[in-house]
Every structure is written in structure tokens, then in C-alpha cells.
Design a binder for this molecule. Structure first.
Ligand SMILES: [Zn+2]
Length: 373
């Protein structure tokens, strides 16, 4: 088994016990692969005077030239022939904007599956009990390659599904936001026995809860129901409420306490599944590392200091995703978390303010505005 694949076979109990040696060796293997197979990546590294053989310790990982997520939006960086890809996914973006196209090979998907199955089992998310799914996101449609739509759809297979309802529905050849439909469904399902799982943009979830609260609706969703959030707050930062306010609202309107609220984090350019712990912290899993860099100098900063989030993983052969630079600002925390996990946790503070990058939630926001006006 390759060093990369072996990293993604980390035992369930150990996913948050970081093995730095194993990680850097898998990164070196991944870097060598792209250097040999991807002309553009080789040119990029050569331009920085960097070679995969320069990676000789865990500390050397910070020296790998990182690729900004913006770069993936303007350049085709696929490393292999088209026939090698099983799935292609695009990053979020409204029509007419540049999006990243990332291809995944069978091996990439298997590593991804090994990760997802262990992370979900670690957080007790698998269940054989049939659930009702409420997705605060896009209804799948054959023209929609957005990774976020694929991920949300994939999530509805974590348990058997009795029903799937979507906030952004495909109607008459276009996407339309329909929160009222979800409100009706939640009221109906609260009277049944099957647990409900929600997944999707926190902002939509929040808007619907606010709307229901304003109407004085108070439900108690069936036992075992879970509220899960993914896709980030994106352009809703100005609306962002603190987590406690959100948890209080969810309890008041749906009767779900914060032990049953999960948040996920990931990106098409960094397809790693981060799941928050009982104390709602995103611990770094063994499949990835995070380097926080000074906004001006781009040098790594100490834990506790804010900076640009640089994400590392050796998961993919399809595209050189080993070190990508986001335009998000974050902090790595080394304080001990009461959940007992030793790995540091990432706090995402928001966007660094690069205006020309709009995200899926921005697109979703436009849809929502269109609906309300
Ligand atoms: Zn924790």
C-alpha cells in the first residue's frame, strides 16, 4: 500500500492522534507524483527552486510552495489523462464566474471513503434507522457539478432515507429557494417517529429558524434528530450569529440541544472532512495539517495568532492539492480541549476580503434575495 493510502487507513480511534512522520512521508510521495506527472506543477516548483527531494522532515512541509485556491479557478491543474478520473467536481460559484475543476481518481475516492467512514463512525453518525433528510442546499440536478451539492447528496446515505427535502429546488429550469416548504415538512415530521437530519448552509438554517420563531412555532423533533451544518457562513458573515445564539434558537424552535448539532468543514480544493467535537472545535485529523501564515510575510505564525489558512493533505493524485492557500483567516489553538483530543483545533474567523471571489453561499444569497424581493 502506498504511504498516502496507509495514512487514510488510520485506525478510527487514532484519527485525531497525529503521526507527523507518517504524514510527511505521504506528503513527499504525493509531491513526487505530481512533480513527475504534472508539467505545470513541475514548472511551478522549479520556479521556486523546490524539489520533492527537499522534503526530509515534517518541518520541511511548510517549505512546499502552496497553490492559492484562486489559482485553481484560473488554471487547469489536473495531473492525469481524462480517462483516469471517476468524478469531477467544481468549487462553488455563481454562473459566469471561474470555478476550480478538480478531478478524483478511483484511488482518491477510496482514500476519501476510508476517511469519511472512519470520521462518521468516530462521531457516531452512522445509523441503520431510517431518517428524514432536510437539506439546506441544492437539490441534485444533472447540470450541477458543485462539490457542495454532491457532498450534501452523499450525506443522505449515512442512514436509510425515508425522504429528502431541499431548500434550493430545481424548478422550471432554474434554482429557487423555498424555505416555506421546509417549514411545513419540519412541522409534519415533528409529529412522526422517524428522526430528522438536516444538513446545509448555516445561514439558511438560521434564516428558517428565525422565520419559525417569529411565527411562534415550537417543535420537538423526534429523538435522535440531528442538525448538521456545512458549507460555512461565507458571504453571510455580516449576519453571522455567535454559536451559542444559534444553539439556543435551535433548541427553542426544534427542541434539539447542542449535543446533537454538528458542523462540518471542507472544500473542493481540500476534500478533507473536518467535524467539530462535543465542544464544537474543529480538531485537525491525521489526514491533514493546517499552517497559519502571516498575512504580509506569509511565514508560519505561532498557535494562537491569526493568519491565512494554508491546508495540507496528500489525499489526491488527480490534482496537486497537497498544499493550498485559502483566502480565509483562522487561528490554530493549542489549548487543551475538554473533549480530550490532543490535536490542535482550527477556528475560522472569516474571509480575508478578496472581493472578486464569490462563493456558493454568495450565489445562494442572490437566489434568496431574488426570492424575497
Ligand atoms: Zn474538542
Amino acid at each position: 500500500m502506498s504511504k498516502m493510502s496507509s495514512l487514510f487507513n488510520t485506525k478510527k480511534k487514532k484519527i485525531y492522534s497525529l503521526d507527523d512522520e507518517k504524514f510527511y512521508l505521504a506528503m513527499k510521495e504525493n509531491c513526487s507524483f505530481h512533480y513527475e506527472h504534472n508539467k505545470k506543477y513541475k514548472e511551478l516548483l522549479d520556479g521556486f527552486g523546490f524539489k520533492p527531494s527537499d522534503i526530509n522532515s515534517y518541518e520541511d512541509l511548510a517549505k512546499i510552495p502552496f497553490i492559492p485556491t484562486l489559482y485553481f479557478k484560473h488554471h487547469n491543474l489536473l495531473s492525469l489523462k481524462n480517462s483516469k478520473y471517476i468524478v469531477k467536481a467544481t468549487s462553488s460559484g455563481t454562473s459566469g464566474q471561474n470555478v476550480s475543476i478538480i478531478g478524483f481518481t478511483l484511488g482518491d475516492l477510496l482514500r476519501g471513503w476510508n476517511m469519511v467512514r472512519r470520521v462518521f463512525s468516530y462521531h457516531h453518525l452512522w445509523s441503520l434507522k431510517p431518517h428524514r433528510y432536510i437539506i439546506f442546499g441544492y437539490q441534485p440536478h444533472k447540470g450541477n457539478d458543485k462539490a457542495i451539492a454532491k457532498t450534501a447528496w452523499g450525506f443522505t446515505f449515512v442512514t436509510p432515507a425515508l425522504s429528502k427535502d431541499y431548500a434550493i429546488r430545481w424548478v422550471d429550469g432554474g434554482y429557487k429557494v423555498d424555505l416555506d416548504n421546509l417549514e411545513k415538512k419540519l412541522i409534519k415530521y415533528s409529529k412522526g417517529k422517524a428522526p430528522v437530519r438536516t444538513l446545509g448552509f448555516p445561514a439558511y438554517t438560521y434564516f428558517l429558524l428565525e422565520q419559525m420563531k417569529a411565527k411562534g412555532i415550537k417543535l420537538k423533533l423526534p429523538k435522535g434528530s440531528i442538525l448538521s451544518l456545512g458549507g460555512g457562513w461565507k458571504s453571510f458573515y455580516k449576519e453571522k450569529v455567535d454559536k451559542q445564539t444559534f444553539y439556543d434558537l435551535a433548541y427553542e424552535v426544534l427542541g434539539i440541544d447542542d449535543k446533537h448539532i454538528f458542523e462540518f468543514f471542507g472544500a473542493v480544493e481540500h476534500p478533507i472532512l473536518y467535524t467539530d467535537c462535543r465542544y464544537h472545535h474543529f480538531h485537525i485529523p491525521n489526514y491533514a495539517r493546517v499552517i497559519i501564515r502571516d498575512v504580509e510575510t506569509l511565514e508560519p505564525v505561532k498557535p494562537g495568532q491569526p493568519g491565512l489558512i494554508n491546508l495540507l493533505t496528500p489525499m489526491c493524485l488527480g490534482a496537486p492539492l497537497l498544499s493550498v492557500m485559502t483566502d480565509d483567516i483562522g487561528i490554530l489553538h493549542e489549548e487543551t480541549c475538554p473533549c480530550g483530543e490532543k490535536s490542535m483545533y482550527l477556528e475560522i474567523l472569516g474571509r480575508s476580503g478578496i472581493e472578486d471571489i464569490k462563493t456558493c453561499a454568495a450565489g445562494a444569497e442572490d437566489l434568496l434575495k431574488g426570492e424575497k424581493s
